[in-house]
Design a protein around this ligand. Structure first.
Ligand code: GDP
Length: 195
């Protein structure tokens, strides 16, 4: 996919601020620091449009990025950050749940996981939640450059097994450093959007 235009649209606090143009939406869920912003930047080939390592857990907003005037990336606030209060966590849950349950243009969720480690309890809970709502998920296992190629398949197996991943869900190896998986992920996104 040739990205000719990518712009940050809005940090939305709730449905009243979601775009109304009905373009397909691709949401990104993952724990704080997993590499979501880097993934967005790699997908659109911009260095810094999505903010990397911005105060983990603090922004309880959905960040909308519009790509080529044809789809949105919707970046969820990262989960699993220890210093977040119970109230903030509940607020996060309500906002995400509302979005997942009701957002008509949502076409696919990229569940971003760190390929190096066994998915955390929070990762498992997030995945179960997505499946509970019957949503199409693509598991993106990122930071692949940090482990040797010979171990990739072993780690993919671990990720799938720990999450008890639905065999229908695609799993894509990714690296924001090398661009591994970028083309494959774009193909899958465009297909999910019917573009
Ligand atoms: P976010 O909190 O999920 O948005 O995570 P960031 O995109 O800010 O990434 C967190 C840290 O991981 C940063 O230091 C990134 O440079 C690093 N990082 C993210 N993706 C990759 C990757 O694919 N490979 C490597 N080696 N580092 C990565």
């Amino acid at each position: 996919m040739k990205v000719t235009q990518a712009e940050f649209m809005i940090s939305a606090a709730g449905p009243a601020q979601f775009p109304e143009d009905a373009l397909p939406e691709i949401a990104l869920a993952g724990r704080s620091n997993v590499g979501k912003s880097s993934l967005i930047n790699k997908m659109i080939l911009r260095k810094n449009l999505a903010r990397t390592s911005s105060q983990p857990g603090k922004t309880q907003l959905l960040n909308y990025y519009r790509i080529n005037e044809s789809l949105y990336f919707v970046d969820f606030p990262g989960y699993g950050y220890a210093k977040v209060s119970k109230t903030q966590r509940e607020q996060w849950g309500r906002m995400i749940e509302e979005y997942l349950k009701t957002r008509e243009p949502l076409k696919l969720i990229l569940h971003v996981i760190d390929l190096r480690h066994e998915p955390s309890k929070d990762d498992q809970a997030m995945y179960d939640w997505l499946k509970h709502y019957g949503l199409p998920v693509c598991i993106v296992a990122t930071k692949a450059d940090k482990i040797p190629k010979s171990k990739w398949q072993k780690h993919i197996k671990m990720v799938k097994e720990t999450l008890q991943a639905d065999p229908q869900d695609k799993v894509i190896l990714f690296s924001s450093e090398t661009g591994l998986g970028r083309d494959e992920l774009w193909l899958h996104i465009l297909q999910a959007c019917g573009l």
